[in-house]
Design a protein around this ligand. Structure first.
Ligand code: IMP
Length: 491
């Protein structure tokens, strides 16, 4: 006989509904904030990385690449890059996101005065840049000699000339030490598109771009780091070979490391955080996935900065069928949130909880948050947007669809997530499609608005209030049926 057989069935988010609380002018939908805690900051008790929306895109090949990372950070969430791709590919996604809207760019493409305009024209065509600092060594940190822009030369007629013959000496400069705010005001006052920041010897240290300022104005809720770059996280497996991946993620300045594992109640998770801490005392490390209070406590006591919860409930996951392991997400979250609160009372440390997997629509999001999750990690939900990493296809019945494949499908073969290997691999996930909804930029307002509206119905103005005051009720099958469309014929 097993050590214990729990006879109370585990529950899904789908089985619960939120009851109403008193709505006042303080918590009408337009006043609701979805700001939430992603993770604690190591060594800074009581400090967190915060998100403006509680959304995290899953560490999956089909989901999080550069476009997803940028778009989600623009709206106030964060993407997690998968660890089932080569390290160099993962690093280049992180770099792509970081470079998209840096405040002070340190690695701008420069040219030399002796370079030919032909090579500049080639770079314009290949990389899409249209302005290049001209420095003594053709690199950042060289002496700034001029600027060459696509408008300064004839892209057809001048190609035999050198940069020196066409470069401009009219550009805006500032001294190293200027704040981003001051360099932005300087740029606006002078109607300039760039500020070139130099040290006392006229060596080019940074470039500030007007387009970054415009992007900041367009997405004021964006998740940004101390350098005003968009935030992006990286995942690693617990396999020892991924120590190299940890090193690369730290070097690339990922904002957090997520351990990607289907069963996070393992000694290997502690081994990973111990290794990370020999390399960085400051990068947050998120552990998981766990589904029991014991699993949570193990990760909390191992020093993790947030914990992911969920096993066997992802949209294309077949773990429960294959191995019989897993748990209803509502039960897992409820138990772990209870343990998190006990841990908080004992230690004074609040560990954010991430609900990972199985969330397909805004009603599940609302219930997950009400139960005490601080944020939600989603794969299928983000796969529906054009920014997800997968290819778009025309499905004969469904029209435009995006390919979506799980990490333990034959296509992704993420051995690290399942502590397996090439020879012993079996599938724990399937491969399929999700209907394409369009761009995240045009559509993400809708789930956000629905969640805000639910908080307002519950009489709550923000997520901490929601955690404290939400009242949920388990539904009977009949009441769930009543809550759906019934007794009418729809068009
Ligand atoms: P979804 O949002 O329901 O599609 O679930 C996404 C989550 O499922 C991910 O964040 C992972 O935690 C989990 N997951 C990813 N790949 C697999 C798999 O192959 N089997 C089981 N779970 C998976």
């Amino acid at each position: 006989m097993a050590k214990e057989i729990k006879l109370e069935p585990s529950r899904s988010f789908r089985e619960f509904r939120l009851l109403t609380g008193k709505t006042t002018i303080k918590n009408i939908t337009s006043k609701v904030s979805l700001r939430t805690k992603l993770c604690t900051l190591p060594g800074k008790k009581g400090k967190f990385i915060n998100l403006n929306i509680p959304f995290i895109s899953a560490a999956m090949q089909a989901v999080t690449g550069i476009r997803m990372g940028i778009a989600l950070a623009q709206h106030g969430g964060i993407g997690v890059t998968p660890c089932s791709i080569p390290i160099s590919e993962q690093v280049s996604i992180i770099q792509g996101v970081k470079q998209f809207k840096a405040g002070f760019h340190e690695d701008v493409f420069c040219v030399k005065a002796t370079d030919s305009l032909k090579s500049v024209a080639k770079t314009i065509k290949e990389k899409g840049y249209n302005s290049f600092p001209v420095t003594s060594n053709g690199k950042m940190n060289g002496k700034l000699l001029g600027v060459i822009r696509d408008r300064e030369f004839d892209l057809k007629g001048d190609l035999d000339l050198t940069v020196k013959e066409r470069m401009s000496k009219r550009y805006l400069t500032a001294k190293e030490g200027i704040t981003l705010k001051d360099s932005n005001s300087l740029m606006i006052k002078n109607g300039a598109t760039h500020v070139y920041v130099m040290d006392t010897k006229s060596h080019l240290k940074f470039v500030v771009f007007r387009k970054d300022l415009l992007r900041q104005m367009e997405y004021p809720e964006g998740t940004i780091d101390h350098n005003r770059r968009y935030c992006i996280a990286g995942s690693v497996s617990t396999q020892p070979k991924d120590q190299k991946r940890v090193d690369a993620l730290i070097e690339a300045e990922a904002d957090a490391i997520f351990i990607d594992s289907s069963d996070g109640f393992t000694q290997f998770q502690k081994d990973v955080i111990d290794y990370v801490r020999t390399k960085s005392k400051t990068i947050p490390v998120i552990g998981g996935n766990v589904i029991t209070r014991e699993g949570f406590r193990f990760l909390a006591e191992s020093g993790f900065n947030a914990v992911k919860v969920g096993m066997g409930i992802g949209s294309g996951c077949i773990t429960q069928e294959q191995k019989g392991t897993g748990r209803g997400q509502a039960t897992a979250i409820r138990e772990i949130v209870e343990e998190r609160d006990i841990y908080l009372k004992e230690t004074g440390t609040y560990i954010p909880i991430i609900s990972d997997g199985g969330i397909g629509n805004s009603s599940h999001m609302v219930i997950g948050l009400a139960m005490g999750s601080d944020s939600i990690m989603m794969g299928r939900f983000f796969a529906q947007y054009s920014e997800s990493s997968s290819a778009m296809r025309k499905h004969p019945q469904l029209g435009p669809v995006k390919e979506y494949w799980m990490e333990a499908s034959n296509r992704a073969r993420n051995y690290g997530r399942y502590e397996t290997s090439k020879d012993l691999f079996f599938e724990e996930g399937v491969e399929g499609f999700v209907p394409l909804t369009g761009s995240m930029h045009d559509n993400i307002w809708e789930p956000i608005q629905k969640i805000k509206s639910a908080l307002s119905n519950a009489g709550c103005a923000n997520i901490p209030e929601f955690h404290k005051d939400a009242v949920l009720e388990l539904q009977s099958i009949a009441s769930i049926q009543d809550g759906g469309i019934h007794d009418i014929i729809t068009n």
